[in-house]
Design a binder for this molecule. Sequence first.
Ligand SMILES: Nc1ncnc2c1ncn2[C@@H]1O[C@H](COP(=O)(O)OP(=O)(O)O)[C@@H](O)[C@H]1O
Ligand SMILES: [Mg+2]
Length: 380
Amino acid sequence: MIELVNITKSYDGKINVIENLNLKINKGEIVVLIGESGCGKTTTLRMINRLNEPTGGTIMIDGEDYTKMSKIELRRQLGYVIQKVGLMPHLTVGKNIEIIPELKGWDKQKRKDRAYELLNVVDLPPEEYYDRYPHELSGGQQQRIGVARALAVNPDIILMDEPFSALDPVTREQLQKELLRLQDDLGKTIVFVTHDMDEALKIGDKIAVMKDGKILQYDTPEEILKNPANDFVEYFVGKDRLWKSPEMLRAEDIMHKTLVTIGQKRTPAQVIEVMKEKDMEFIFIVEKETSKPQPPIGYITRDNLRKQGSNNVKMADICNREFITIQHDAKMTDVLKIMEDKSARNLPVLDDDGNLIGMITTASILNLITKAVVGEEESQ
Ligand SMILES: Nc1ncnc2c1ncn2[C@@H]1O[C@H](COP(=O)(O)OP(=O)(O)O)[C@@H](O)[C@H]1O
Ligand SMILES: [Mg+2]
């Protein structure tokens, strides 16, 4: 675990470019630092690497104050990837990857084996690329070498400063996917700097939104999207982004929350009245009509009621008791799949105690699409 405690940084002894910054990064997590240019992302990363020393505060790595570790040793334990890859132009790809292993005194064969292994990891066949020079590679390939180099001595922690921002969108997306795959396979702790919210949401386990040397919010992508801590975070995230990120959405985010239900002892005539008044085609039956959510007993449609000859029955006797439900925290993909598989046009949403708290209808889905395409303001 990396822990930044009350970190302050001033370059000129007057202005703090980092102000009382606290950040805990758990083992195996990808943490993204995001914010506008000049907010202190690179400074923060470089302090973790000890390329910059904090003016105040401490940094702990696995509980140990890192100022007590040797700088050189520390830096070799960390992999570092920057935007401008920084490959040595006069060295081959292989030699570039082997720089730190060589500093560490690995013998020639061990270094070469490792370089071959890593070229395979970043999907560049070693037979073809080991002896090439950096200028013979595309930007995306160079960046892959940068990643391979950072992994060379198998560091637990990898620091990445806008590593993909100079790449075209297609290559960039490819490398983002590969980073996630690498992370799955190798389980590194990664601190990743970007100014691109799409990138942050895609790869971060957690995101720290920074402004003026402070962290405004440190949370999961889902929380940042759904509960931005303040106006700046909301602005920075973009109001409509939640609706454009279906993988972040849960059943409860899109359901209709104002739900009219009816008690099981009601008669058909009474229920028809309610449904007419509210313009409903179907209604859910619960035990009692209270303001507290209750488990659904069944549902009835207007058609069912019209065909009901007698008014001398209760809803409990005539309602349909077979229906599909969905949990409030189900992912949108599951919601859509169920609606598709079961041809369900209406999906009651249940809380953890099995109470009915909302309804997803085809209209909710349509509303969602509208928000994603048109934006939130216009669709409300
Ligand atoms: N070596 C330096 N000397 C003086 N000021 C610096 C230095 N590096 C960065 N700064 C200043 O510190 C602030 C944060 O910069 P930086 O960490 O590079 O931000 P970011 O990476 O978020 O764009 C900026 O105001 C920048 O001008
Ligand atoms: Mg920077």
